[in-house]
Design a protein around this ligand. Structure first.
Ligand code: ADP
Length: 548
């Protein structure tokens, strides 16, 4: 017997319609590429999204057609999130930090028909445009008055505000199956070609519900949310959807991701919640500390994408009264998998214990099931000290990559259930808190035993002279591999190898101590702000470790 409730498909357009009707007056604030601060309401944004939906139809974008963006976080990008997906097409967010060769590959692979770009990326578009086969229309996300003269070199160039101005805002969002594709995001492809992850309306709406929950990103109508995490990186972790769902005020930073620009926006717009990768927060903390500033409204920030060093948790908590919510996810998971929120017993725990919990990646959010398995695929019980690979399943977890690239990525358990292998090496404690020790490709294996590179990096990062640290495996004649620590010092800081290695004493098992330290001017970062350990491994391929 079926239930007797309404069958309404979970569509992204329903988030926008909810926002317009129920908190239409709420503000969306954006720092624009044009240099000013732009303000609009959800109601105005929704009307412009409908105009853009009309414009897309006029450009010949049909159901399932791919529309790409190369853009910062801002209201026009948000309009496209809704206009493209809402009209049944697929929004493909491109990462402008990728190499032009990769962008050409991805745009053609996705068969993007229209590409919208912020003016910052005009040189990039000029380099890519003559080489892509699929893109028919290039749209500069500005108005005609701000269009630079050299934009003329882009063929068939259109201007965003011209498109919006030419349409009226009468448009009825179509209804279709909730499993229809809504948006597309490629993994950064540290090995091999980037692979596309194609989200659906259903997966996106369910993920938005879950993301907003108190024990996930904890967002409500009274919050002011500033997503630092880019809208080109896994849909800014769902925050542009969470805004419509909750009625929170949204503040978009545009291209201003340095400490000073972010701090000023946090203060002027009274931001309460933010979210981003650790490298961004480092810049912000350095600026705030150097200028002895305080956050007057910020209550918490979500940190994920790479491990949040415990020193950063404490810097935010102890010096600034900002609670860090450590979260973990993947492009293949829309992205949220775990969030590190407390259980009741932690409320009475000591500060030390609470910080130890907060350093973990956290507990599974309902909608994501997870387990760690050993090399033979057997599940490790929660509380087992053994580390294993993390497997996940759920309605917003990838089933297969776009165009079936790479074949079937899933593994089956004895009950016949499919699981997605994350490539992360983890432990899960008795309370269900997952902690990542490594990505499987970054693991250091010394004499057959794993050494957790993230632990070693976290300790180095707690040293006041260290700006960034990466620990990689270096070949060793006796132990196969031993840890080599690559360190970027803070500007002007004094630090020697001996002093840094002494800093490890008592903090880890002695045999985990790195065999050597090299100081470098910069650690290579990937397109999503993560340390590129594969590049470092390449750089130090022939490195000879000192032998005792
Ligand atoms: P990629 O870096 O492969 O392009 P993602 O941005 O999807 O793709 O990154 C997912 C990976 O990032 C995870 O599998 C994990 O290794 C790492 N990651 C994400 N969040 C965290 C975190 N809080 N702590 C440690 N690692 C994390």
């Amino acid at each position: 017997m079926n239930g007797q409730m309404m069958q309404l498909p979970l569509l992204i357009s329903s988030l926008l319609m909810h926002a317009e009707r129920h908190h239409g007056e709420q503000e969306i604030v954006s720092r624009r590429v044009e240099g000013d601060i732009h303000r609009c309401t959800y109601r105005e944004m929704a009307a412009r999204a409908r105009r853009m939906a009309n414009a897309l139809a006029r450009l010949g974008v049909s159901a399932g057609g791919r529309v790409a963006t190369l853009a910062w976080n801002g209201y026009r990008h948000m309009e496209l999130y809704y206009a493209v997906s809402g009209s049944g097409a697929v929004l493909h967010t491109l990462n402008p930090r990728l190499h032009p060769d990769q962008l050409v590959y991805i745009a053609d692979h996705a068969e993007d028909g229209v590409l919208f770009f912020d003016l910052t990326f005009l040189p990039l578009v000029a380099a890519v445009a003559p080489r892509t086969r699929s893109v028919r229309h290039w749209v500069a996300m500005t108005d005609r008055a701000h269009l630079p003269a050299d934009a003329a070199k882009i063929p068939n160039l259109l201007v965003y505000e011209d498109l919006v101005d030419a349409e009226n805002d009468r448009f009825t969002w179509p209804e279709f199956d909730e499993n229809t594709a809504s948006s597309l995001c490629y993994t950064s492809g540290t090995t091999g070609n980037p692979k596309g992850v194609l989200y659906s309306h259903r997966s996106t709406v369910l993920h938005s519900y879950a993301a907003a929950l108190p024990d996930a990103l904890n967002c409500s109508a009274t919050d002011v949310i500033l997503p630092v995490v880019p809208m080109f990186h896994v849909n800014a972790w769902g925050l542009p959807y969470v805004g419509c769902l909750t009625g929170a005020k949204l503040v978009y930073p545009g291209a201003g991701l340095d400490g000073k620009s972010l701090y000023e926006l946090f203060e002027s717009e009274k931001v309460t919640v933010s979210a981003g990768v650790p490298t961004v927060w480092q810049g912000l903390l350095a600026y705030v500390d150097a200028n002895q500033l305080r956050f007057s409204t910020m209550k918490r920030t979500v940190i994920g994408g790479s491990a949040c060093p415990p020193a950063m948790l404490r810097a935010f908590g102890e010096r600034h009264g900002v609670h860090v919510l450590h979260a973990w996810g993947m492009t293949e998971m829309s992205p949220l998998g775990t969030a590190c929120t407390f259980k009741p017993k932690h409320l009475a725990a000591s500060e030390e214990e609470r910080y130890a919990v907060m350093a973990k990646q956290g507990r599974a959010i309902y909608g994501v099931d997870m387990k760690a398995v050993d090399a033979a695929g057997n599940e490790l019980a929660f509380g087992s000290p053994e580390q294993g690979e993390l497997l996940v399943r759920g309605p917003w977890v990838l089933e297969h990559y776009f165009k079936d690239e790479g074949g079937n990525p899933l593994v089956k358990d004895a009950a016949g259930h499919d699981w997605f292998p994350t490539g992360d090496v983890v432990t899960i404690d008795a309370d269900g808190y997952m902690q990542i020790t490594d990505r499987s490709k970054d693991v250091i294996k010394s004499g057959g035993e794993w050494i957790g590179s993230i632990d070693l990096e976290n300790i180095a990062m707690a040293h006041p002279a260290v700006a960034m640290a990466a620990c990689i495996a270096a070949p060793h004649p006796k132990w196969d591999e031993r840890p080599l620590l690559v360190v970027m010092k803070k500007p002007g800081a004094e630090l020697g190898k001996e002093e840094l290695l002494a800093f490890y004493e008592g903090k880890i098992a002695k045999w985990w101590t790195p065999d050597d330290v090299v100081f470098v001017d910069a650690i290579p970062l990937g397109a999503t702000g993560k340390m590129q350990k594969n590049k470092l491994r390449e750089l130090f391929k022939g490195y000879v470790l000192p032998t005792a």
